[in-house]
Design a protein around this ligand. Sequence first.
Ligand SMILES: *Cc1c(COP(=O)(O)O)cnc(C)c1O
Length: 405
Amino acid sequence: MIKFSPPHIDDKIIDEVVNTLKSGWITTGPRTKQLEKNIAAYCHVPNVLCLNSATAGLEIMLRWFGVGQGDEVIVPAYTYCATANVVMHCGAKPIFVDTNEDDFNINIERIKKAINSRTKVIMPVDFGGFPCDYDAINTLVKSAEVAKLFKANSPEQEKLNRILVLSDAAHSFGATYKGKVSGALCDATVFSFHAVKNLTTAEGGAIAFNLPEPFNNQEIYNYLCIKTLHGQNKDALAKTQKGNWKYDIIEPGYKCNMTDIAAAIGLIELSRYDSMILPKRKDICQQYSNAFSKYSWAQIPLLQNADKESSYHLYALRINNITEQQRDLIIQKIFDEDVSVNVHFIPVPMTSFYQSIGYSIYDYPVALKNFTCEISLPVYVDLSNEDINTVIMAVVKAVENVINN
Ligand SMILES: *Cc1c(COP(=O)(O)O)cnc(C)c1O
């Protein structure tokens, strides 16, 4: 069976995890702090905070910005539920926006129409690792027309005095946009290091801070270290210093710090991200594109153009002119060939909970159309060229069988 997205675990990772276990310090400590510095250097941002998930990072940023009841946050309809769930956690309302036809990303014209005086944050998602149009989004939130609608009701909102652009970059670590790396493309960016993502720590995530003047990113980082550890003004490592046991609680904070065991995996992953992980993923995607471009039923995903290059997180193949039932049957037939595939995503407004609170998928026709005909193919470091050919043959056989019957 060819798996969909297993992690690449070798002796280098195992040794670093074992070293951590033997070091006498297994939770947030030197390795987490090192990983933060290394990611900040990679992304060219002033500060990075590592946490136990991307979900926690997104929610912390919404709460830091003072998002709550009565506020609206613009998110794409075509995303994983985490993007919308964190808005619900804060008591605010997710405003879903339909996606582009060509690249699955949030549509800028439709963002414009969704903005009103309740809008506090836009959360673009770099679908599959392909960056959104950040220049357009950043220009939009600063435009006089949009800025005059903004009503600040927290000190941070007053300071920014416009809509915050918070990137859900769960897929796009290492992607580039106009010569910049994901992380440095808007106010704040959240990465996921979940087991299936490009760079993993088993579970984990990080916030890259890139807030404009007069914000001090170092101060925000310092404050959020406390906010993500119960509001306790000293972390466990600081408290082990001689006589340094006393602490205070400055607010009822959250508990979502990264462990050094997880950071150990991330340090090794990052050290070979550009030399091994990205090139391998790119090569797999290019082999798929070369193979499928021969078939008129295949719509090849956009992975690179003049301004952007994907992190090659997903290979989202679309099959022209098929129904959802045909797509499901094709997937069944691919699995029958012992090849695992997936669908990214079931649009959030289509899920039971979001339907029950009044959202309808028919308001997002492009998301529905993309969902109907999308199949994600395996992309991971340990996929061999033989495996890639097996995947290609299984897909071609399954599609031709279904569309010719
Ligand atoms: C995986 C994912 C997340 C959540 O990441 P976690 O680290 O599991 O919290 C958020 N958004 C998108 C688009 C994702 O694919």
